[in-house]
Design a protein around this ligand. Structure first.
Ligand code: MN
Length: 283
């Protein structure tokens, strides 16, 4: 049962995440294969790195996100396999496991740099090439030892992926033309699917759902949620009709659009907002 853990953790009456009921076969030799990275604001912000293999998405949670700098090794916690359909998922998980906002941050294809992916995963590392919008070139996932001190032997030899031991890996960029010093998470923060940020994604859904119970309270993540919720409520108020519907054009009438405070990281969206709101000069 490849997706047993995935299904056990979720209540599909509550979450819009795909139920994973469609069986898929990704023949071992199929190339190139799908990969994606989802930026996930839940109890903590992290990036979920997913590689298609054998009909599922092998998944790692990367707290700090991928780095293009080969000297920067990023911790990647191996988590349960996800269904292939998950690769297109972007949206709001109202409650339960992973409650928060999921953004499709990057997607594309990947090619193993080894012949036998399973064997590579069972040993110590998996080398591969990515061809996404943001992540490209050669990378490696390296299994680390001693995630649980005193249980070292359990991490070895146990081929099964998804097994509890050896969950801790490192995601590292190889030195090539796609490596560099740029902070890719900061440089390219938006969705490759909707082009929005977290607030845009929440505004497409229901920004009110977390008025009382937020996925994270206090601390950095709590503050981040607060800002995002406030901003998406503002957006929603400014745009009463369902987005994209012809009605939205009619709904514009009431007040002149106010271009909100332009934040540095939200370039494309605020630029759009600005071009849509030409201030009339009093003549
Ligand atoms: Mn996640």
């Amino acid at each position: 049962m490849p997706l047993e853990e995935y299904k056990r953790k979720r209540n599909f009456k509550e979450t819009p995440e795909p139920a994973g009921t469609t069986p898929h076969r990704s023949p071992a030799g199929r190339q190139p294969r799908f990969f994606c990275v989802q930026k996930h604001l839940a109890s903590h912000l992290h990036y979920d790195f997913r590689l298609e293999h054998d009909g599922v998405l092998l998944s790692w949670a990367v707290p700090k996100g991928p780095s293009l700098d080969p000297a920067t090794k990023r911790l990647a916690m191996h988590v349960e396999d996800h269904p292939l359909e998950y690769g297109e998922f972007e949206g709001v998980i109202p409650a339960g496991y992973g409650a928060g906002i999921v953004m499709l941050w990057d997607r594309g294809t990947w090619t193993p740099e080894v012949e036998d992916v399973d064997a590579a995963l069972a040993k110590v590392d998996l080398k591969f090439t990515l061809d996404g919008y943001k992540l490209k070139g050669s990378w490696v996932l390296v299994r680390t030892k001693g995630a649980w001190p005193g249980r070292r032997s359990l991490g070895e030899g146990g081929a099964a992926r998804g097994a509890a031991p050896g969950r801790s890996w490192l995601l590292i960029k190889h030195r090539d033309e796609w490596a560099g010093a740029v902070d890719i998470a900061e440089f390219a923060p938006l969705s490759v699917k909707s082009r929005g940020d977290f607030a845009d994604i929440l505004a497409q859904d229901n920004p009110d759902i977390w008025r009382s119970a937020r996925p994270a309270r206090g601390g950095e993540t709590g503050a981040l949620f607060e800002r995002i919720i406030a901003r998406s409520l503002e957006m929603k108020a400014r745009r009463p009709a369902a987005s994209g519907s012809p009605a939205s054009r009619r709904a514009k009438g009431s007040t002149g659009t106010r271009s909100g405070g332009s934040r540095g990281s939200t370039g494309s969206r605020s630029r759009k907002a600005q071009t849509r709101a030409p201030r009339k000069r009093a003549s």
